[in-house]
Write a protein that binds this ligand. Sequence first.
Ligand code: NAD
Length: 488
Amino acid sequence: MSKGVGIESAGAGKLLIDGAWVPAAAGATFEVIDPGTEQVIGRVADAAADVDDAVQAARRAFDDERWLRLSGAQRGVILWRIADLMTERVDQLAHLESRDVGMPVSQAKLMVAEAANQFRYYAGWADKIHGTTTDIGPSERRLHGSTYKEPVGVVAMIVPWNAPLIAMSMKLAPALAAGCTCVLKPSEEAPMSALALGTILIDAGIPAGVVNIVTGFAATGAALAEHRGVDKISFTGSTTVGRKVVVAATANLKKVSLELGGKSPVIVAPDADIASAAAGIALGAFWNSGQICTSGTRLLAHASIYADLIEGIAAHAVAMKVGYGSDPDTVLGPLVSRRHLDRVAGFVDRGVADGARVVIGGKRMGGRGFYYPPTLLAEATPSMEIVRDEIFGPVLAAMPYADIDTAIDLANDTEYGLAGSVWTRDIALAHSVARRLRAGRIGVNIHRGGGVQMPIGGYKQSGWGRENGPNAIEEYLESKSVVTLLDR
Ligand code: NAD
């Protein structure tokens, strides 16, 4: 039987510290709002005063090796069990995520599956983390060298609200496989699935203190980023907050990895299959109501196909039903909060004032809930705010280009470097454009794709380090070399 709160009562207002569900020390809680109805769906604890307890618990669990002492294979079995429990509880998790973030339940189910895959993939890594040996020489003194891979220690994980289960799993699975202990802070906008995941971790057999979960606001994240008991901070969120985390981390020079914002370009060549490009670009821009870091939000289309493509994307976008997450017809849910709705609407209004043409959308939807329709803004220009800033909503800004070199220059004319895509039937062109884009992930005839095996992360101000694949394991490891004198 579960030692923690049940998944149904995941909003029970507790923190997971040292294997127990405890109220916040100051007794403070805050409301969680369903963005589709504006109803309060739960209250969670505000852990601003509990960060030290959580870090101390993770520190003890690391120092007494209660997790590391298990063999890699045993850790792998527990990680696999987490994935199985997520799969068993997919319906509850998906409904919880949908009510908290707003995304359609069908989409939330895909995200649960993707999150479970993280644990399965890194379960396989847990017993394959090792160093190498080497003879050092030649020399008159025979030396033997061995290298070891050791966990980096206590990791603080801070995540955003847009796809919480995936963001948390992308950090927890490799960190646990590597032998680290963790303090996890979900976003104040969508904390519910973190608590449900906490229950799963306990049920799967994660020892007390190995994963601690603190819900709260910026102050909780800032306290983690500053805490001297934390060895590494793994942050996903905005570039603005990422900078603050870096500054705070200097207190004890903790290791930092950052998955930050993006403003990803979409380049469409004149020979592209326009019908399938239109469908794929609409999905790449508007899925999860544009609240995805890799969303393709700057369209650069060759002038000869620009008008047809705009028409095609608009047709796909208007067919995307905007509605409540549990309605089976819903393709796009609401934005996460009123504050975010106001922010997105403000960007669009200023873009129109700057001279962009609204092809579809562009006006907030009435009634309850934070709904905003897919919005296509044509005739954008490179200096416009809608082209330069991350909006993180269902807004695509389109520009025609005359030649591919100009398109690549425009695509790279951004402080971000997270993702991009190129649409063409010419494989040589596709690869040459992919290589010239300064971004961490490029799609060819698809905007977003790739599973847990494929590294993801940012060039430029989109981040430091990579998640997914073997790279993520390295993010949670230190390398040690031991040199032994063999000749006496
Ligand atoms: P945010 O940066 O506002 O918040 C992210 C997290 O940081 C939250 O948990 C928040 O409470 C916490 N936080 C806020 N201030 C803090 C501080 N001073 N110190 C420490 N923690 C603090 O981001 P958001 O609005 O939740 O999410 C949207 C952003 O996340 C977008 O910019 C998006 O591109 C980015 N994102 C990036 C990726 C990626 O993989 N690159 C994935 C998803 C989202």
